[in-house]
Ligand binder design. Structure first.
Ligand SMILES: Cc1ncc(COP(=O)(O)O)c(C=O)c1O
Length: 332
């Protein structure tokens, strides 16, 4: 599998998809118009952030890395001891595909929330919740980082606020309790930066609110190993680096390791691969996005669009030249 555009990738017919008048949301077993999709005020997800979520992106009808995100979602469910989820992973997979289908979206963003469910009283007793709650959104593609910043790179602040330690809440659980990240984003924005970077309690770089971070020095790509949510896009970046013939290292890195790198990038599902041009006043290399970062950014977008590691929501749109199987992950 090469890094360049693969001419063999299937070309899809233009979308012939029905769009509903109002977005459809899956809530606890029902597909409802957005205006009718509601959850209880006594849901533990609302009252205590007691739940977890995951998010996917899709282009051209393909859901990128459907199963990798699903596996992570179910690891989060288990990590939070949510034992009352009455939906097997296979059933959840079908409901996600069906939600995208019903919304008639070709380029989209999916979010699944699992909460511990509704409590009989507004007091904290997770044992008393009924069945776990499930909400599935599929929305038109979202943009977190402007097109200009995607091209020119972003400026990030080293946050004064520290990343919550795994001793308090394991960051590999993608919980609904995102206050550490929300406050980190506000700190960065209030200081006039585009985004921020958390350090852990020992001063090692971890991740950014809602993004992982990686850097390149010489022929090595390196990315923090602990104190992070193990991102699916981070895993893709590591794959892309190996394909470019680079070494990949994970470990503990200081801010200096990053500020003195040749290239720095942030990555997540919504935004893909984002070049970083400055960290807290330290300009990275010549202040322009690195060539390998831009190459990875382009290849990643190509993968999304052509269904590499993708599951096609509208298999009827595949032309005869396309692979016979809908899930192309196994073909890579
Ligand atoms: C805290 C945090 N770290 C990293 C990421 C990146 O993960 P992924 O690439 O799976 O989207 C996210 C994604 O939203 C996140 O919330």
């Amino acid at each position: 599998m090469g890094m360049t555009v693969n001419e063999q990738d299937p070309v899809l017919d233009p979308p012939r998809i029905e769009h509903p008048d109002e977005l459809i949301v899956y809530v606890n077993g029902e597909y409802l118009p957005n205006s009718q999709a509601t959850v209880s005020t006594l849901d533990h997800g609302l009252m205590y952030g007691d739940g977890c979520f995951d998010a996917w992106c899709g282009r051209n009808g393909y859901i990128y890395q459907l199963d990798a995100h699903l596996d992570r979602l179910y690891r989060s469910v288990a990590g939070l001891k949510i034992r009352n989820l009455r939906m097997e992973q296979a059933e959840m997979r079908e409901a996600i595909i069906e939600t995208v289908r019903r919304n008639g979206l070709a380029d989209f963003y999916i979010k699944v929330l699992v909460t511990r469910g509704v409590s009989p009283h507004p007091v904290m007793d997770p044992r008393k919740c009924g069945d776990a709650g499930v909400v599935i959104f599929a929305r038109p593609q979202q943009y977190e980082v402007s097109a200009e910043r995607m091209d020119d790179g972003i400026r990030i602040k080293i946050l004064a606020l520290r990343k919550l330690s795994h001793q308090g809440l394991e960051p590999q659980i993608k919980s609904l309790n995102y206050l550490n990240n929300v406050l980190g984003k506000l700190e960065a924005w209030d200081a006039g930066y585009d985004e921020g970077m958390f350090l852990d309690e020992s001063g090692y770089a971890c991740e950014c609110p809602g993004f992982n971070i990686a850097a390149i020095r010489g022929n090595t790509l390196f990315t923090p190993s602990r104190g992070i949510l193990e991102g699916i896009t981070r895993a893709t970046v590591m794959d892309l680096a190996r394909e470019l013939g680079m070494e990949v290292q994970t470990g503990f890195y200081t801010p200096f390791d990053l500020t003195s790198a040749d290239e720095v990038m942030m990555m997540n599902t919504v935004s893909g691969i984002v070049p970083v041009r400055e960290i807290d006043g330290w300009v990275i290399a010549d202040g322009r996005p690195g060539p390998r970062t831009l190459q990875m950014q382009a290849t990643y977008l190509h993968w999304l669009h052509t269904g590499r590691h993708g599951t096609q929501v509208f298999p009827e749109r595949l032309t005869s030249s396309a692979l016979s199987t809908v899930d192309r992950a196994s073909a890579t």
